[in-house]
Design a protein around this ligand. Structure first.
Ligand SMILES: Nc1ncnc2c1ncn2[C@@H]1O[C@H](COP(=O)(O)OP(=O)(O)OP(=O)(O)O)[C@@H](O)[C@H]1O
Length: 268
């Protein structure tokens, strides 16, 4: 059954229109329920962390939230704009770093950003200026000078150019699936500085991550999801409730302990 849709532009108690609102969002793959009618609200200006074990439904939920995967039921609203009924306006507001981003392999990073900026209908000079700045800040300038193609980029470099494409049109909400994965510590600091500047300027950021310490360091709001359901959602302090986020995560999600006889053949 399709859940009752929430009212677009409905304001949370005492707050503005959410940067992202998921209402009864659900997705099945054959018999498998990957995301089980979840409701989430991300207030504007938040740095929001979505955490959960492997296969919890994070990528599926975020893909539906940004218009990359059609939900079986429910709605996703970006600043009150329905991602599925008004995709053009929603995508203007959104910058996305999807999981397993497919990039044009035969372009350099600079060519990719130029192409992307034109596709986004940004003025030519704006594209040129922002491209040069993003390549410099993300330390991709040298690769660009060498004519390195995106197909030759390392995994971390691909993340960085993906982030640059997400930022180029100056969106209001960034949705980043595992942005720190495979990124070296120096680049991670740059990435954090960029994201903090983005939220300081009033933007909202949603990241998914498995690294609890990173989420604790960065995020002011967190949701823990497992088996397609939201198990906890709120401010970082509300969710971790006096302990660490990792403790709370393990408490809610559970652990698989290794019995004495498990994997007895290892090292034999
Ligand atoms: N295209 C698909 N076809 C079939 N099943 C899928 C598909 N995409 C995801 N699933 C299933 O949906 C569930 C949720 O997957 P999802 O990728 O959203 O999890 P995740 O939380 O992002 O996991 P991870 O942390 O490992 O990246 C998993 O059981 C997965 O096997």
């Amino acid at each position: 059954m399709t859940p009752e849709p929430s009212t677009p532009n409905s304001a949370p108690p005492g707050g503005a229109v959410p940067a992202l609102e998921l209402a009864g969002l659900r997705r099945e793959f054959a018999d498998k329920v990957a995301v089980d009618s979840i409701d989430l609200r991300v207030p504007p200006g938040s740095f929001f962390g979505l955490v959960g074990p492997n296969g919890a439904g994070k990528t599926t939920a975020l893909s539906m939230a940004v218009g990359l995967l059609r939900p079986s039921a429910g709605r996703a609203l970006v600043h009150g704009v329905d991602v599925w009924s008004d995709p053009i306006e929603a995508k203007r507001l959104l910058g996305v770093l999807p999981d397993g981003l497919a990039l044009p392999e035969r372009l350099t990073g600079g060519e990719l950003l130029t192409f992307w900026g034109r596709f986004r209908r940004l003025p030519t000079q704006t594209v040129a200026d922002r491209t040069a700045e993003l390549l410099r800040i993300l330390e991709l300038e040298e690769a660009e000078a060498l004519g390195t193609l995106v197909g030759e980029y390392s995994t971390g470099m691909r993340k960085k150019i993906g982030l640059a494409t997400a930022l180029l049109h100056s969106p209001r909400l960034l949705v980043l699936d595992e942005p720190y994965e495979a990124v070296d510590p120096v680049s991670a600091r740059v990435l954090t500085a960029i994201l903090r500047r983005f939220t300081d300027a009033g933007g909202s950021v949603i990241i998914s991550s498995h690294v609890m310490s990173l989420v604790e360091q960065l995020c002011d709001r967190v949701a823990i999801i497992a088996r397609g359901q939201v198990l906890a959602d709120g401010t970082l302090d509300e969710v971790r409730g006096g302990g660490s986020l990792e403790d709370r995560f393990v408490e809610l999600v559970g652990t698989t302990d290794l019995a004495e006889e498990d994997l007895a053949w290892i090292g034999s």
